[in-house]
Design a protein around this ligand. Structure first.
Ligand code: BGC
Length: 378
């Protein structure tokens, strides 16, 4: 039986050939692909300073997503505001074979880990905060931090109509003394406000530095950008140096601290109408409070764009090339001095946000949904 079937098949094949009139060509086998290993996956480390300030969680997420889309493997580590923890995380990244590390530092002591990374041949990019006290890295990506402060100062100048005013009262807060940015924010704000302090249009209650180099600057700083420290300091001011004045404004360096200062003012009960209060970062709860009129303004820094530019810079430097960015950034080779060298910096533009343009900047841009802003949470 089996033989019979086989014979029939041969006959059918012969008929088929005859019907076509010519012999069918056998399919040509594709040339064998050269045997090669898959491209090695390149590891990139992201050392992020803290999570108690909301933005940093987004910075990490955005950068991870951008780098993964370029084919990199990404290791993210949050330092919880602890520099020795971060140094250990950076060393671990080097040990794991990272080919580049992005560092948003906690303090100047990040320099040690950056120097060991350099010795191991791993380039570091300084992210958002300048890593000071070292020359062991070449690039810094951030926002124009002086401009952030100027936008805060401008909001106070406009809001209190300082050109026409006399004796308006303000108290001053600055960020963490361990964060190089804190000086830029303060000096930018004072660049706008100092002439009014000099003329007497603006009176400062509490410590009154007009520059971050002044000895009294340390008295207005907030170690570790800690909300509870700012709140405690505001309470002390309200029952002490600012007790007998009506505050017209508070210079608050970011949203986390602005909200804790507002908390202290509300708890104090003296203010039926809150003073003008500045901020920074466009945090969600502050966005809600701005719409409600509790916080006056914030400075929005679109961290999606900073993350994208940084991912592009990483992609260049792992190939041994100069950072090539498609995002809009101003190259600055004079402003950011680590104390050991002036670092080539890429500066993005911050935007002042009030009730008037909040929807445009934060919602229409897709950063938040209108619903999240209304709720103050995601
Ligand atoms: C950042 C701010 C942030 C602050 C506290 C600064 O270095 O530039 O955006 O609010 O740190 O985390």
């Amino acid at each position: 039986m089996r033989k019979y079937v086989f014979t029939l098949t041969l006959i059918a094949a012969a008929i088929g050939l005859t019907a076509c009139g010519k012999k069918e060509e056998a399919p040509v086998a594709a040339p064998a692909a050269p045997v090669s290993a898959p491209a090695p996956v390149i590891l990139v480390g992201l050392a992020i300073p803290e999570t108690h300030v909301e933005r940093w969680v987004g910075d990490a997420e955005f950068m991870k997503k951008d780098l993964e889309a370029m084919g990199y493997k990404v290791d993210v580590a949050f330092a919880d505001g602890d520099q020795s923890k971060q140094n250990k995380q950076i060393e671990d990244m080097v040990t794991k074979g990272a080919k580049a590390i992005v560092v948003g530092s906690v303090t100047e002591a990040a320099a040690q880990a950056v120097e060991s990374a350099k010795k191991a041949g791993v380039p570091v990019i300084s992210y958002d905060r300048l890593i000071t006290g070292t020359d062991a890295y070449d690039y810094y990506l951030t926002f124009d931090n002086f401009k952030v402060g100027q936008l805060q100062g401008q909001a106070i100048k406009d809001g209190l109509a300082l050109d026409a005013a006399k004796g308006k009262n303000i108290t001053l807060f600055a960020g963490s003394p361990t964060d190089n940015n804190a000086r830029f924010f303060f000096d930018g704000a004072m660049d706008v406000l100092k002439p009014y302090v000099t003329s007497g249009a603006l009176k400062i209650c509490g410590p009154a530095p007009t520059n971050s180099a002044d000895a009294t600057w340390s008295k207005i700083t907030t170690e570790g950008w800690a909300a509870d420290k700012a709140k405690a300091r505001m309470e002390t001011l309200l029952s002490g140096a600012c007790k007998s004045v009506k505050l017209d404004a508070v210079l608050a360096p970011n949203d986390t601290l602005a909200r804790s200062i507002i908390g202290a003012l509300e708890q104090d009960g003296k203010y039926k109408t809150l003073p003008l209060i500045t901020g920074q970062d466009g945090e969600l709860l502050s966005a809600k409070w701005i719409m409600e009129g509790k916080q006056t303004m914030t400075v929005f820094k679109d961290t999606r764009v900073l993350a994208k530019g940084t991912a592009q810079a990483v992609n260049s430097i792992v190939k041994g090339a100069e950072p090539a960015l498609t995002v809009k950034a101003r190259v600055d080779t004079t402003t950011y001095n680590t104390g050991k060298k002036v670092v080539k910096s890429f500066l993005l533009e911050p935007v002042a946000v009030t009730k008037d343009n909040l929807t445009k900047e934060l919602v229409d841009s897709g950063f938040y949904t209108a619903d999240a802003v209304a709720k103050g949470t995601k």
